[in-house]
Design a protein. Structure first.
Ligand code: SF4
Length: 81
């Protein structure tokens, strides 16, 4: 099963893919439907999420040096505040 943790919720919410407060099982099922039934892929994908969340997309995100900035909703949302 794909692990939905705080890193996953924070990153996906900032990217604009989820609201961030979705039910655990609903979110897990949604992500698994995108990835297909591939447990090793779930593990690799989650490891990449954790790596990105700890290194770049931290509590105070480093958007200026993020490879996802061009696809992410967060920088524009922050700029609009
Ligand atoms: S652009 Fe910023 S908010 Fe979006 S994923 Fe990168 S670090 Fe996180």
């Amino acid at each position: 099963m794909f692990v939905i943790d705080a890193y996953t919720r924070r990153l996906f919410a900032r990217l604009g893919w989820i609201e961030g407060h979705e039910d655990y099982e609903a979110l897990r099922a949604r992500i698994e439907s995108f990835l297909g039934p591939d447990v090793p892929l779930y593990q690799e994908y989650h490891a990449l999420i954790v790596h990105h969340a700890k290194g770049i997309c931290r509590t105070r995100p480093g958007c200026e040096r993020c490879c996802l900035a061009g696809r992410c909703a967060w920088p524009a949302a922050v700029a609009a505040c």
